[in-house]
Design a protein around this ligand. Structure first.
Ligand SMILES: Cc1ncc(COP(=O)(O)O)c(C=O)c1O
Length: 353
């Protein structure tokens, strides 16, 4: 039986979530680790890391949590095919393809390159792993976002007409379910921090959608005393705080929770995206090198590296005081390191990091 107020609240949160179908994929709880050498290198606050890069399935990451609920829903509806899509180096697609392999479902990926090819698409990083876990895929010119979503919906419709029972990447249905999985991550974190007796002042995460929405909703439900700071890897063509609050509120409805979020309760910045989504910035490369060289932990050049660049900058600006304690939720993405091998090797070497 739970014996602290925090444990009781976490237990209630799990009760709410247990109403939804779920297919087990990951290794949970993921570790919560202290980063003493990284903290010292930044000369300030104590920094911890929640290792959601270690969720276990095909190199892990945040989508393994998401997919437990998406697979649960797909299996409940009797789906036999996932039609999914995002960028060519999508972590989402790689983890979804691996989840389909484990659940015995077919997976077809529609991967947006965001323009015409300027050479053959290199089968590296996430794309290589998509192959290995048995997904079929097509690479199209559309950019990630509404354009690509329309193309994915077309492909799904063609498959339906051929008699397949399709579970489709559709942001309106999948995002709230994915957010539910991050409510569980927050419960895990609260239990781990309570057990270790560590009090946290800040949480940082790379998100512009479900991950941060679920964390923020659970933080409110669990009365967490720290803000969830979402550092975005992308500038979406929609009002993102509004969207994230809506995702959180739909997750609350799905789990029959009374807690709701207002857009102003979402802490979100696009300050660290740089000139373009998917292009590593100098600060992102510095973050990758610093964490790797002080702690042996790898970040990725598209998502977690940019979010860590945000945390480092906030520390350097004095927005987080030396005596404070921060947790960074590592959402994974590390297979993309191999797709960016040339850029990483030359830029990191040139900067002598
Ligand atoms: C490694 C990694 N981190 C963070 C995110 C952001 O997730 P979301 O915006 O869906 O919360 C993604 C999304 O693809 C990702 O692959």
């Amino acid at each position: 039986m739970p014996d602290t107020v925090e444990q009781e609240r976490c237990h209630q949160l799990r009760e709410h979530v247990s109403r939804l179908p779920r297919f087990a994929l990951g290794h949970f709880p993921t570790p919560l680790e202290h980063l003493p050498r990284f903290s010292k290198a930044l000369g300030g606050p104590e920094i911890y890391i929640k290792r959601d890069d270690c969720t276990g399935l095909a190199f892990g990451g945040n989508k393994t949590r998401h997919n437990e609920f998406l697979m649960g829903a797909a299996l409940q509806q009797g789906a036999d095919l996932f039609v999914w899509g995002a960028g060519v180096q999508s972590n989402n697609c790689r983890q979804t393809a691996a989840a389909c392999a484990k659940a015995g479902l077919d997976c077809h990926l529609v991967l947006g390159r965001g323009g015409p090819a300027d050479g053959p698409d290199e089968v590296q990083g996430n794309l290589l792993l998509d192959h290995l876990v048995g997904a079929s895929f097509e690479i199209v010119e559309e950019s990630v976002g509404p354009e690509l979503d329309d193309r994915i919906a077309e492909v799904a419709e063609q498959q339906r007409q051929q008699g397949r029972n399709v579970y489709l990447w559709d942001r309106h249905t999948v995002k709230p379910l994915a957010a539910v999985s991050y409510m569980l991550c927050m419960a895990e974190f609260v239990e781990q921090s309570t057990a270790s007796g560590t009090e946290f002042d800040e949480m940082y995460v790379c998100s512009a959608g479900s991950t941060g929405s679920g964390l923020a909703l659970a933080a409110k439900y669990l009365n967490c005393p720290f803000p969830v700071r979402n550092i975005s890897p992308i500038v979406w063509p929609w009002e993102t705080k509004e969207d994230m609050a809506q995702i959180a509120n739909e997750a609350a409805e799905l789990t029959e929770m009374e807690t709701r979020l207002d857009r102003d309760e979402i802490d979100y910045t696009t300050d660290y995206v740089g000139p373009e989504y998917g292009k590593p910035t100098p600060a992102c490369l510095e973050a990758i090198a610093l964490l790797a060289r002080t702690e042996g932990i790898l970040l990725d050049p598209v998502y977690s590296g940019k979010a860590m660049a945000g945390l480092i900058d906030h520390i350097r600006q004095g927005r987080i005081a030396a005596g404070q304690t921060v947790v960074f939720v590592h959402t994974g993405g590390t297979p993309a390191l191999f797709a960016f091998h040339k850029e990483l090797a030359t830029q990191i070497a040139a900067r002598s990091l």
